[in-house]
Design a protein around this ligand. Sequence first.
Ligand code: DGJ
Length: 556
Amino acid sequence: MKAIIIAVVLAAWGAGSVLQGQEHPIPRIVEKDGRYALLVDGAPYLMLGAQSNNSSDWPATLPKVWQAIDYLHANTLETPIYWEQFEPKPGQYDYSAVDTILAQAREHHVHLVLLWFGTWKNGSQHYMPEWMKLDPERYSHVTNKNGELVDSPSPFAQASLDADVRAFTAFMRHLKLADPQRTVIMVQVENETGTWGALRDYSAAANKLFDASVPAEVLTAMGKDAGTSAPTWHEAFGDEAEVNFHAWAVAKYVGKIAAAGKAVYALPLYANAALRDPVKPGAPGSYESGGPTDNVLPIWKAEAPAIDVLAPDIYLLDTPSYLKVIDLYHRPDNALFIPETAGTPHAARFLFSALGLQAIGYSPFGLDYSRARPPTTGDAAAQNAFLDPTAQNYKLIGPMMRDVARLNFEGKLQAVAEVEGQPTQTLHFGTWDAIVSYGGGRGGAAKGNSEPIGRALVAQLGDNQFLVTGYFSRVDFCPAGTEQQRKSQQIVSGTGQEPSALIDGKWQHRQFLRVEEGAYENGAFKPARILNGDQTDWGLNFNSEPEVLRVSVATY
Ligand code: DGJ
């Protein structure tokens, strides 16, 4: 009888979990025609996140995190899981922090990206449990050229790898059981892996491998002939030999942890990188060696295939550097995902540049109230100033994020941020060009905003219909032709100067058929009024207020 009851209960539980599985399929990253989407609940999802400060995922601090997440209207919180908390004694796992963050995220209706602060955190082993830190012989550090131990874990420490594999697997197994709702949509494996202060491990065991032949898959990945010569690392890569060797060792180690975790619960996994200068990369040693920097992405792809995405932490905020970084990480074999960046007023506009490269997610770092900021005194506006640039983005894009993600996956969306000294940008949509301009007051030529804070997003809904939004910018449409006159660049007077193009020897002029202003409600655009007259005669102007337009155009 008891056996029957158990069988019935198990069958009912099984049916329930199948049902839940149907309602909430496991998030995954998909690719089509070189474009990527993060599927959450079976549909493309744009992660508009915020990362907490490093020491914020504690019950005492979490209220200060949620206060910021709610203010931002972020749809995802990125927050760490600390190995030292998770495995206080060898083999004893404490799931309380995971359970707490799951419960609180659900109360706040946000998703989570959990960051596994394991063997590496910013190149060091600071989050290893005490029992590991106290045994550096067994859980060894990198040895530098002088034979000294460095503040960085060795990727050749088998005992550390085994312990991390066991702990990460326990964490993922628990997540699978505890999260049928799929509150957690991605997991970061380690944090900014690699080493500062040494290019690689110079222990005897590491030196032996360094002097041996480069594995064939590394040669192939790096575009070298993997034929018969079997070169050593130095022969194959010269000055880059040591960083490539360290990347190989670190990626292999992380790849094993990721594969073990994925085998128990196949959530999307990613690894984040402390970058090297993308515009003028310095010599090895000037950046963290071993992590997924742009020069070793193929090695990481080859050695850690269970990692779905290699993701840049972007704190280089000048425009050329930012744009170059996102270009380097937006690859046919890699979705663009920005897990850390700055939430400053100038940097906030780069969310749009990332959307222009089909980013699946974006998350400024340190957006909670746990540390010195905001001042505990002062008015609310002063206290929230550090959140406002991100909040402004999320207020606009948040309600429409499913459409943005879907249209981007379908290749119908383009988005840009203002670039200093470039007051107009043209986006090509088949028979139409969208012309984005900045700093052109009514009746004036675009000259750029006094600070480069403009941004715009245009998506094609039909042959002659577009979804348009932005901040501090103007968008207009021009028939794509051989020769074009654009009102948005050179306004001479009022109406009658629509953007026009010479097509088959005849001037074609843009006219607005209908410009609907509206808002997203429950994921769908709801028009509220039709704009015309002064509101459209000088193009479609976006200022500091969140405004979304659905625009139908025609020619005459
Ligand atoms: C990058 C790291 O990944 C973060 O955890 C944090 O340490 C920031 N740097 C700096 O605050």
